[in-house]
Write a protein that binds this ligand. Structure first.
Ligand SMILES: [Zn+2]
Length: 179
């Protein structure tokens, strides 16, 4: 195995985390793929950061575009929520609607318990699925607990990737999703 030097960096708010691995293998090309919600880029060791930056940017845009196109689908969102309801709430929750919205400037998700409606910001379509699932679970939990008290977090923590997703959002500069 070739030795690899790891570098982690964070781009702007809407971006995937990018991890750059310098590989001494003979390959002269740059490859990118998603690994655990981080965009992993393999680049030849002799390529400079200055040469690499625009290539990473291009690959990142392509990857995110593909992901966004695939994700902004309300039926798919509904299905995802139903699946999460089965897994973490024993299928007991009911809601009127859950849909993508593009008009939430500050909030990434919101829930109106009295109307049983949930809105998810389109910006989350560009985050890895485990992050999106966390936000859905978070908003589903608000159907039972309107505030962010201990009971609320007990519900949300049934989703095993909660801490990881919150860490990911924090790395993107998002401390709270719906306050
Ligand atoms: Zn909340």
């Amino acid at each position: 195995m070739a030795s690899a030097r790891r570098q982690e960096g964070i781009h702007t708010e809407d971006d995937y985390l990018v991890r750059i691995i310098r590989s001494e293998k003979r390959s002269k090309t740059v490859h990118a793929r998603m690994v655990d919600g981080v965009m992993e880029v393999r680049a030849p060791v002799e390529m400079s950061d200055v040469e690499l930056a625009p290539i990473v940017e291009k690959l990142r845009k392509r990857l995110q575009r593909r992901h966004t196109k695939k994700s902004l689908d309300n039926d798919a969102l509904e299905k995802r929520a139903a699946d999460l309801n089965r897994r973490y709430f024993d299928g007991k929750l009911t809601w009127e609607s859950i849909r993508w919205v593009t008009n939430q400037e500050k909030r990434y998700g919101s829930c109106t318990p009295s109307e049983r409606t949930i809105r998810i910001s389109h910006r989350l379509a560009q985050t890895p699925n485990f992050v999106l699932d966390y936000v859905i679970v978070h908003e589903l939990a608000h159907l039972l607990e309107a505030n962010h008290g201990p009971q609320f977090w007990k519900l949300v923590n049934r989703y095993p990737k909660t801490e990881r997703a919150r860490g990911y959002l924090m790395a993107l500069g998002i401390e709270e999703i719906d306050e």
